[in-house]
Design a protein around this ligand. Structure first.
Ligand SMILES: [Zn+2]
Ligand SMILES: [Zn+2]
Length: 328
């Protein structure tokens, strides 16, 4: 290419970039008539590693803001954890957790596991051995090989669960940086654009994280299931116990007007409320983030139904951050 042509190509490329930048709508802060600040007193003190601190921290868009620094253990104190997978085909619903498909919540009994071939209309599902026992990852090594996108072929057709005695997840801490006053933005932000893209999206009052949707399409590709317990949670050895569904088992803050109770905060500081109000009615006019506005709570989210494999859809505000740290 001649020198002139290179210059000409550069000019065209620059002009094009300019047009794209000008026409791309940027997210802006939108002042709201009502803003509910985060209330740190709602967190269960037994679940905190240290008292909640208020500090100036950097948010995910680079700005600095007054934030709460909340350091918690991965272990809830307001409900038991597990069970996840039944161990034998004769085990009842009390021996397993839940699994979700197309908006439905199923109790994971031995019978349910034995009929996964029918549920997914695929004869290759076969988690039950000849003696009636169910293939379950019962060591950390087995869990590590099965709980990854490219499941080790030895662990195809397994129920995947982290053995409860794995020490790492119980000892690691979760640190959440959440802005005190949430800021409403004109555009939503996808979870994968924040931090490492793997969440969490928020935190319950017991210090357990609300995670983005579980990658169910990847999990079932290897004919595995990774059941949640009846509280909507399961364990990852490093990041610990976390929720993919809100099922009403964690601490709730009742609302005096019959609105659904508050069940935690998103990383952007907006409150997350339960799916249903006290009359069992669903929220209306939710945006793509699963949130809406009212004059008491300001903008806030509603957790999706347990079968939907999402707590909230995206961030409406500017997220802080979250990390897992090993205790000093
Ligand atoms: Zn998970
Ligand atoms: Zn609402």
């Amino acid at each position: 290419m001649s020198k002139q042509r290179i210059v000409w190509a550069a000019v065209v490329a620059l002009a094009f970039t300019g047009v794209v930048l000008v026409s791309w709508p940027r997210a802006e802060d939108v002042p709201m008539p009502v803003v509910q600040p985060v209330n740190p007193d709602y967190f269960i003190s037994d679940c905190l590693v240290e008292p909640i601190k208020k500090e100036i921290r950097r948010l995910s868009d680079g700005r600095e803001a007054e934030c709460y620094v909340i350091t918690t253990k991965s272990v809830p104190t307001d409900h038991p954890i597990g069970p996840w997978a039944p161990k034998h085909v004769t085990d009842g619903e009390d021996k397993g957790g839940i699994w979700i498909k197309d908006g439905h919540v199923y109790n994971v009994s031995g019978e349910f596991v034995a009929h996964l071939d029918e549920l997914y209309d695929d004869p290759q599902w076969n988690l039950v051995r000849e003696d009636g026992s169910i293939r379950v990852t019962d060591t950390k090594e087995a869990f590590d090989l099965a709980a990854r996108p490219n499941v080790d072929p030895r662990y195809n057709n397994y129920a995947v669960e982290c053995p409860v005695d794995v020490v790492e997840w119980k000892s690691n801490y979760n640190v959440y940086i959440i802005p005190v006053n949430p800021v409403y933005r004109s555009k939503a932000t996808d979870f994968h654009r924040v931090g490492n893209g793997h969440g969490p999206v928020g935190v319950a009052f017991n210090g357990v994280k609300y995670d983005p949707p579980a990658p169910i399409h990847m999990i079932i590709k290897a004919h595995t299931i990774a059941p949640f317990d009846h509280s909507g949670g399961h364990v990852n050895p490093h990041a610990g116990y976390h929720y993919h569904a809100a099922t009403g088992n964690t601490k709730e803050i009742e609302q005096t007007d019959g609105h659904a109770p508050l069940i935690g905060y998103a990383l952007d500081g907006f409150g997350i409320y339960a799916h249903l109000d006290i009359d069992g009615k669903k929220p209306i006019d939710l945006d793509e983030c699963s949130g809406h506005f009212d004059n008491i709570r300001g903008y806030h989210y509603h957790a999706s139904a347990a079968g939907d494999n999402q707590i909230i859809g995206a961030f409406r505000g500017i997220a802080g951050s979250a990390s897992v740290v090993e205790p000093k």
